[in-house]
Write a protein of this length. Structure first.
Length: 204
């Protein structure tokens, strides 16, 4: 392990040569000077890490907000043409892909309150895009199923949004696309874990 530090001797800092091994230091310098310098180095490096992480966090916040605004605009534009809100489309696509979806689990999956989830489902049922039905194993539990009209509408919207994303990806060099998608996937997983840990919605 390499150490970049300074030793205090007679009130002055004496730079250590770059590349000096820690194991070699005690035999060349007094132990008290060595450990003082090591402590100072760790503190400085810790401050640098904290500052760097803070700057990265600010950058992530700015990028997340900008990307969120862009995605919301795209979703609203595509959904508006089909008479849906982005959240209604999210529910519709989820039920299509994961049916049957227990009504009690919906709020947790899309990170909204139960009252909001109920109101959104009511609108989709009224449009004949979703259906409520008792669960086969427990008639007291209500599950959501997508109707044929709901499947058709969700598929049409998917095609529109995929076309938009293809155009965006084509603006990037081919060699960058996989790296961008991989980074976004890791970020989404980290954010989802944080939300599930810090912002539980059960019981709301």
């Amino acid at each position: 392990m390499l150490l970049k530090a300074s030793l205090r001797r007679q009130g002055q800092f004496i730079p250590l040569p770059v590349g000096v091994k820690m194991a070699a230091l005690p035999s060349r310098f007094p132990p008290c000077d060595f450990f003082y310098s090591l402590l100072q180095y760790c503190i400085l490096e810790g401050e640098n890490v904290i500052q760097s992480t803070q700057q990265q966090a600010v950058g992530l916040l700015d990028l997340s907000r900008a990307l969120g605004r862009a995605c919301q605009h795209q979703d609203r534009s595509a959904c508006a043409g089909l008479g849906l809100s982005p959240t209604q489309w999210q529910i519709l696509a989820m039920v299509r892909d994961q049916a049957p979806v227990p009504m009690g689990d919906l709020a947790r999956r899309i990170h909204v309150t139960r009252s909001t989830a109920t109101r959104l489902v009511d609108l989709l049922v009224k449009k004949r895009l979703l259906e409520r039905a008792p669960a086969a194993e427990d008639r007291r539990r209500i599950e959501l199923q997508v109707t044929p009209e709901g499947v058709q509408l969700a598929d049409e919207l998917d095609q529109m949004l995929v076309h938009q994303q293809r155009q965006i990806l084509q603006s990037l060099p081919a060699w960058e696309r996989a790296a961008v998608l991989d980074a976004l996937a890791k970020l989404e997983q980290a954010q989802r874990r944080w939300v599930e840990r810090e912002l539980p919605l059960d019981g709301i």
